[in-house]
Design a protein around this ligand. Structure first.
Ligand SMILES: [Zn+2]
Length: 506
């Protein structure tokens, strides 16, 4: 691949075409520099600690730090204590548990002894996890790490306890093996990512000076495959809402009144059916107004991903794909917004039957957003659509529900993306691919919005069954991630020094 790109670049230069667009597709095309003697010692140190890294994962996963469930707040706080102690043990300084305006704190630590000679890197991750239900679908207890068949199983082994540990273990390896880090490091681990980080924007504003950095590396997020690395160029945003339909002041007897009075379930069902158009898209007026068309480069990224629709169909037990007919599966996930009804209820839903005409019915809706769409704008459009289509014999309301965040986009070429691409070339011996992700990590948008910081996603799990029963992490990715973190710290420092050298020569 690198050779092909080099040829294309050479051709463009010869033909007098601008070559940047082509060169930019793969960063600067360089692998990470050969490891320094210091980095070699760091990697050797890591090899001697493997049992301890397993223990790290077991201990941290044992805290049921489920941020969505208020009963679990003591476990979230206990997990924060463990993480703070672990940062201290790694050799980080100024370790503190910082309160937010919510009930789950941020754990912070730093090591800033390189000074201005090297960049300052803010490492982000989260120690909270998703709920575990349905519990009976777990093959081993969710809060006890079980290692079998080359995988760790347990809630948070990947998202994001394993992810954050890889970064912390790499920082520790530098500090223990070399007594220093190649860059200044600030570590910021939050406890509310799984509930959309509602207090993070205010926290970032309040601690802007302490968190000042050149770049954020996120330990949350994953890789496209075990053998190939990915650089993420964007995540979708999200907004949630609830639709309430009322048709009467009371439930009614379906025999005595049925046929002559409106049924709230039927009204809601018609409204929901009207949210889709015949083309498989969203029928809300103006929903796609701000959505940019795909570029040739977007389509090239999709093609390079080599998405296997049949394999996914098989693994998910799908009977078929749906959606907008003119877009492929991956194109929809990366570049198109969604509107999904994620819950619906009304009338009698218990066992057996009750002959009742419900007076009210409800639906929860989640929309994923793409660049230029805003949570407020989409909420307004859906609300207007529901109001316009609500029949005269009903009253319909839409209220915002849950957190929301704007989409996150990341330019292809940033210093940290190029450094990450170089590390991918070295650890995978393959050209990384550039991709997007249909999911959302609100913090990445908040770093951009509140601190003006570029973020590079540098998580190393494969996102297998995250948020679902039997979440798992490939054991080799836990090791690969840790080594990659050790590499990127040196790579960022080397690239900045090189850039400074070039500037001096000029
Ligand atoms: Zn996560």
């Amino acid at each position: 691949m690198a050779a092909v790109v080099a040829l294309v670049v050479a051709f463009c230069v010869v033909a007098g075409l601008p070559s940047e667009a082509w060169a930019g597709r793969v960063g600067d095309g360089k692998p990470a520099a050969p490891p320094s003697p210091g980095l070699k010692r760091v990697l050797d140190y890591i090899e001697g600690q493997l049992d301890r890294y397993d223990k790290d994962l077991s201990e941290l996963v044992a805290f049921p730090s489920v941020s969505a469930l208020p009963d679990h707040t003591p476990h979230v706080l206990a997990a924060a204590d463990w993480v703070a102690a672990r940062l201290r043990r790694a050799g980080l300084q100024g370790v503190e548990i910082l309160p937010t305006n919510g009930s789950h704190p941020v754990v912070y630590g730093e090591w800033l002894s390189v000074g201005t000679a090297a960049p300052t890197v803010l490492l982000y991750g989260h120690y909270d996890v998703q709920p575990v239900d349905p519990l009976d679908e777990w093959e081993s207890p969710p809060f006890e790490v079980s290692k079998r068949g080359g995988y760790y199983y347990g809630r948070g082994v990947d998202d994001d306890k394993g992810g954050l540990l890889e970064a912390v273990q790499a920082v520790e390896a530098w500090l223990q093996a070399e007594g220093s880090l190649p860059v200044n490091v600030k570590v910021m681990l939050e406890g509310e990512e799984e509930v959309m980080s509602p207090h993070l924007p205010a926290f970032l504003r309040a601690h802007a000076a302490r968190l000042a950095a050149d770049v954020v590396l996120s330990a949350d997020g994953g890789q496209p495959g075990p053998e190939v690395g990915g650089i993420s160029l964007g995540l979708r945003g999200v907004v949630g809402m609830q639709v309430h339909v009322e048709t009467a002041g009371t439930d009614m007897h379906s025999g005595m009144k049925g046929g002559s009075v409106p049924n709230a379930n039927h009204v809601l069902a018609a409204l929901v059916a009207g949210l889709r158009n015949a083309n498989g898209g969203v029928a809300v007026e103006g929903f796609y107004d701000d959505v940019a068309p795909l570029t040739d480069e977007d389509r090239a990224d999709v093609a390079e991903y080599h998405f296997d629709a049949d394999q996914e169909k098989e693994s998910l037990g799908l009977y078929g794909f749906t959606g907008e007919k003119e877009y492929g599966v991956l194109e929809q996930r990366w570049f198109r917004p969604t509107l999904d009804v994620v819950g619906m209820w009304g009338g009698f839903t218990g066992e057996g039957i009750k002959t009742v005409i419900p007076r009210a019915a409800h639906a929860k809706i989640s929309c994923r957003l793409v660049p230029a769409q805003t949570p407020e704008g989409v909420l307004a459009k859906v609300s207007e659509h529901i109001a316009r289509h609500c029949p005269a014999h009903a009253r319909c309301r839409v209220i915002p529900m849950g957190g929301s965040c704007h989409p996150w986009t990341n330019p292809r070429r940033t210093a940290a993306n190029d450094a990450a691409a170089a590390v991918h070339r070295t650890v995978s011996a393959k050209e990384p691919i550039y991709l997007r992700d249909g999911a959302s990590i609100p913090a990445l948008t908040f770093f951009q919005q509140e601190l003006g910081l570029a973020v590079t996603k540098f998580g190393w799990g494969l996102s297998e069954r995250i948020h679902a029963p039997n979440e798992r992490l490939r054991a080799d990715m836990y090791g690969k991630g840790r080594r990659a973190w050790a590499l990127i710290l040196e790579e960022l420092a080397r690239r900045q020094a090189e850039a400074a050298g070039v500037r001096e020569e000029l």
